[in-house]
Design a protein around this ligand. Structure first.
Ligand SMILES: [Cu+2]
Length: 198
């Protein structure tokens, strides 16, 4: 082979090696990550809790209805009452359609939030709200399924408060996660958005 042929061959091989490297990287990038639909489906899932009327409630009770889920606790100073107020306004706005949706307030403080405590607390809000509690393990399991963080924080003056994720989740009629549900908009707009999933 002439030196020129060798040079041409080497350039050709370098080009091919570059291509292989390129495709290898693309395959690596495309390969292991799941499609987005599979990732969002990982929020939510089966649960078994007790509501403010001492009834056992599972995700099956909401089959056929879109529902909102959020986590909190009755001793919460601001975020939970504000969220419950906003959701109550939306439910009121829905009128008769409020019977066709669910709104679940799951406590992250089952120690204090017994069914009776939830019933008392929720009497200030829309009657369509379900207040859900259970034993510590059941609450931890549902929080984990919704990727909700919560933590008990001791207070200086005694007692404790709870840190918790404050996202409101919108689930569809099949119990699948749709998107976080924004309360930072007019009640009309939020109610209209929820109606789309009826
Ligand atoms: Cu709260």
């Amino acid at each position: 082979m002439s030196p020129r042929t060798i040079r041409v061959l080497m350039v050709g091989m370098a080009f091919l090696a570059g291509l292989v490297l390129c495709f290898g990287v693309i395959l690596l990038l495309a390969g292991p990550s799941a499609p987005p639909s599979q990732q969002v489906a990982a929020i939510g899932g089966p649960f078994r809790l007790v509501d403010q009327n001492d009834r056992t409630v599972t995700e099956q009770d909401f089959k056929g209805r879109p529902f909102l889920v959020f986590f909190g606790f009755t001793h919460c100073p601001d975020i939970c009452p504000t969220t419950l107020f906003d959701v109550s306004e939306i439910l009121r706005k829905l009128g008769p359609d409020a019977d066709r949706v669910g709104a679940l307030f799951v406590t992250v403080d089952p120690e204090r939030d017994t069914p009776a405590a939830l019933k008392d607390y929720l009497s200030s809000f829309d009657p369509h709200l379900s207040g859900l509690t259970g034993d510590a393990a059941a609450v931890a399991a549902v929080a984990k399924a919704y990727r909700v963080y919560f933590k008990k924080v001791p207070l200086d003056q005694g007692g404790y408060t709870m840190d918790h994720t404050a996202i409101v989740y919108l689930m569809d009629k099949e119990g699948r996660f749709v998107a976080p549900f924004s309360l930072k908009r007019a009640t009309d707009a939020a109610a209209a958005d929820l109606k789309k999933y009826l």
